[in-house]
Structure formats: C-alpha cells, structure tokens
Design a protein around this ligand. Structure first.
Ligand code: AMP
Length: 382
C-alpha cells in the first residue's frame, strides 16, 4: 500500500460488526476524538449503543455499504465472518484494513490451516473433509482421539466435536450436517498461549506480551500475563506471530493462538483478523490497549507503546454467572479489579457478557485475586 496521509481526529471511522470488540473499538476511537459508524443488523448491538451512528442493516446490503463508504474515511471489522465481498466492495471507495484477502483466509478453517501448512507454520495434524469417503480415508491419518471442526462459522468451541473412533466420527459428521470440516488430531496440551500484535502499512509490527490462556468448554476463561511458560517459547511465539502477519501482508490488529505440546513445540491453532479476547488484559495493564492500537493502525498514526505496566489476570464473564445475580459490589471492593461489561441485555449460558482484569504486584497475586473473585461469583474453579 502506498504511503498515505494520516486520518486525524474528527474524521469518521466505520466498523463492520457491532459486538463487544466493536464496542471497545468505538470507545477507543471516540476517546481519541473520532466519530464512529457501526454497521450491524442487531438493534441492541453492544457497539451500536456507543457509536455516533448505528446502521441497522445486513453486511451484504449494498445501500448500507454505500452509506458506510460515503461517511467513513476508513473502515475496519471486528469479526472474521463479515463477508469478504463486502470488504472488497468498500475498498473501492474508502480505506479498508485488514484487507479482504487476509480476512477470507481466516474466516475458513480449511483455508487457514492449508495456508499455515503451505507457509511452513506448524499446526496440529489435520485433514480437510468434505464427504464421507474422505472422512473414512482421513480418520487413519489424523488418528484418535481427534476433533472434527466445521470450516466456517465455528467459534468458542461451537461446531466442534471430539471423537474417539470411526463410528464417533461418522455420527459427528452427520451431526454437523455434513458441511466441510477439518479433522484435527488431539494434542496433549502443556499449555495454550496467544500473541496479539499490530502491523502497519509500512510493515512495522509491535506485539503485546504473550498471554497464557485457560479455556473451559472450548471458551476462553482466563488470560495470565506474564505467562508462566518459559522465555524461549514466548520468544518463539512472538516471532512466529510476526512472521505470519508479515507473510499475509497484514495491516491491523491480529491474534495468533498457539498450542504448546508436551515437547515444548508451538503449534498454531487459530489466527484472528481483529483484536482478541486474550488481548483484553491490555485495556488496563498496558500503555496502549489493543483497541486504541486498532484505531492507530487504521488511521495511519504511529503505533503506541505495548509495554506491560502491571501483572494481570483477565477473567471472562459468561452469561452463566448471571444465574447467581452477580454481586458487583463484592467484586469491586477489590481496588485492583477493573470491570468491563458489554451492554448485552440477555445473559445466556456461554454468552460473553463482560470480563474483568485483576491487577496486582505479582502475577501470582493477580491469579489469587482472580481465583477468589471467580469463586465468589460462582464460576467453577480452574
Ligand atoms: P478452537 O475453537 O479450535 O480454538 O478450540 C477451542 C479450544 O478447544 C482450544 O483453545 C483448546 O483448548 C481445545 N482444542 C481445540 N482443538 C484442539 C486439539 N486439536 N487438541 C487439543 N485441544 C484442542
């Protein structure tokens, strides 16, 4: 992309997708003096509540895309399932970052895994499956146990089924309605880590410290920073994430999730073309958070400092917690806790409603505070 003039405060920025990531982008952008237009069909969109303008229309609605293109000096996205064709359409009229090609790779697990393999990045063993014959043939190559995952529209552990035999596999494929899938060998995990980074048009890349992630039922539960995995693994994770962003020619904030196996090998699990749940700790613990950085990259401003200011543990708040009527007063009596709620009216089990960051002198103290408050809120202990 040629060098271009920075987009300065006062301009209008657009975002496709109005979930919590869009909401935190909107807050960051408005804090910096930009106007924000959100495109999301949901009238109760978390980002729409914070935006200057909320266009309630589908992501493929040409009239709505035209309005976005006319009003916005630059446009970004907050979720990978935004149709790549809509980004292409917008990019004819206005600046769009990340670009449609990168988003298209990451929105399809089969494309993503294939791209990673072709570009020399280690992943769990996998096979692409689109019919029963392939399924039978590939079952042997992936081995058991394995996980069958839908290629598109899966998130937070949804659209994936763990299988232990060919019989399981056949019924899992039927349960997933025979859609294209990736069959992935099950990795004996030592830990899971992620790297969130930002890359500019000119190829400057800055990452935040590695997060150590714990999942529950396939959904991120906590992120601990600094991670307790050894330094060499952390350095390799940072380098690999930057290499991936470089090879994609990526512009924007992106996240790379890794498995660490028992031998200390790093396997890329997923890449996301947007800020990431495992980067929410940056909101309170870093000089610049991932959403401010998203604004900076989009606008061609200099990147902010990604330095960690305090050890931190981020705890996700799922709708399940609302069963007990969350006691915010009890949570907030701890002065090191920073609460973020996403403005969602309906608290369904497994739905991400918010998160909180526990800041303390050491990461172990932050983890104790997280454990104590999780228990108080009725979240199942780690
Ligand atoms: P995903 O949606 O693919 O990121 O999967 C959600 C979570 O399920 C991961 O963060 C892991 O905790 C677990 N998981 C997914 N795939 C595998 C695998 N191949 N081996 C071991 N655990 C996995």
């Amino acid at each position: 992309m040629p060098a271009r003039l920075p987009i300065l405060p006062g301009a209008t920025l657009g975002i496709l997708g109005g979930g919590q990531l869009g909401r935190m982008f909107t807050v960051a952008a408005r804090t910096m003096g930009y106007r924000v237009m959100v495109l999301d069909p949901d009238p109760q969109s978390p980002a729409g509540q914070m935006a200057d303008v909320h266009l309630q229309a589908d992501y493929t609605d040409h009239g709505a895309l035209k309005k976005v293109a006319e009003a916005c000096t630059a446009v970004t996205t907050e979720f990978e399932n935004v149709p790549a064709a809509s980004l292409v359409e917008l990019s004819r009229y206005t600046r769009v970052a990340p670009n449609a090609e990168a988003v298209a790779i990451m929105q399809d697990r089969s494309c993503e895994k294939t791209w990673l393999r072709e570009n020399g990045f280690a992943t769990a063993p996998f096979a692409l499956v689109s019919n029963e014959i392939e399924l039978k043939a590939d079952a042997t190559s992936a081995g058991f146990p394995a996980i069958l995952k839908v290629s598109r529209f899966g998130y937070d552990g949804k659209g994936q089924i763990r299988v232990n035999s060919l019989k399981d596999l056949m019924s899992a494929f039927a349960e997933l309605k025979g859609v294209p899938c990736v069959l992935e060998g099950f990795v004996q995990l030592a830990s899971e880590v992620s790297v969130v980074l930002a890359r500019t048009d000119s190829g400057e890349c800055r990452s935040w410290p590695v997060g150590e992630n714990h999942h529950m039922n396939g959904i991120l539960d906590t992120t601990r920073v600094p991670a307790s995995v050894n330094q060499s693994i952390q350095e390799r994770a940072q380098i690999t994430a930057m290499q991936i962003a470089g090879k994609l020619g990526y512009v924007g904030v992106m996240a790379v999730e890794f498995f660490v196996d028992q031998g200390g090998n790093l396997l890329v699990n997923e890449i996301a073309p947007r800020p990431h749940n495992s980067g929410h700790y940056t909101l309170d613990a870093c000089v610049t958070d991932q959403f401010e950085q998203q604004v900076r990259v989009l606008c061609g401003l200099p990147l902010g400092d990604t330095r960690l200011l305090s050890p931190v543990v981020m705890v996700n708040l799922l709708g399940d917690v609302w069963r007990h009527g969350p006691d915010w007063m009890a949570l907030l009596q701890h002065p090191g806790i920073k609460l973020h709620l996403y403005g969602k009216a309906e608290a369904r089990p497994g739905r991400k409603m918010g998160h909180y960051n526990c800041l303390a002198e050491s990461v172990d103290s932050a983890a104790s505070l997280a454990a104590k408050t999780r228990e108080m809120l009725g979240i199942i202990p780690l």
